[in-house]
Design a protein around this ligand. Structure first.
Ligand code: DGP
Length: 110
């Protein structure tokens, strides 16, 4: 847990958020400011600042973020219509919360 990290506080339930999914290593919740009809965040419980801070020991969790994103897309009924997965990296890349998270957006009308 990193002091003053909003996502650490959400993970530790110090701040309210409804988890769509949780296991020992990650949580999934809806983005407070959605950019698409479906906008969810897949967030490791371990505090990692950004993609730049990943080490080899994080390979498993990064892989799990993607595999859970695939499952969440199915659960949110956007698997077939399609969706985007992305990480914003540091300020210039649009990152505003400095706790690693994978965005899943989709659900646009075709
Ligand atoms: P990024 O720009 O990649 O750091 O995305 C951070 C996202 O986190 C942004 O789309 C809004 C979302 N967000 C920020 N604070 C909260 C919060 O307290 N609760 C939830 N559910 N989402 C948040």
């Amino acid at each position: 847990m990193e002091k003053d990290c909003i996502f650490c506080k959400i993970i530790d339930k110090e701040l309210p958020s409804d988890f769509i999914y949780e296991n020992d290593r990650l949580v999934v919740f809806r983005d407070i400011n959605p950019h698409a009809p479906v906008h969810i965040l897949i967030v490791p419980k371990k505090h990692i600042r950004s993609i730049n801070d990943l080490t080899e020991e994080d390979n498993e969790i990064v892989s799990e973020l993607i595999s859970v994103a695939k499952d969440m897309a199915k659960q949110e009924s956007v698997s077939e219509s399609g969706y985007k997965l992305f990480f914003n990296v540091e300020r210039g890349g649009g990152q505003v919360i400095f706790h690693l998270h994978l965005h899943l957006i989709g659900g646009w009308k075709r």
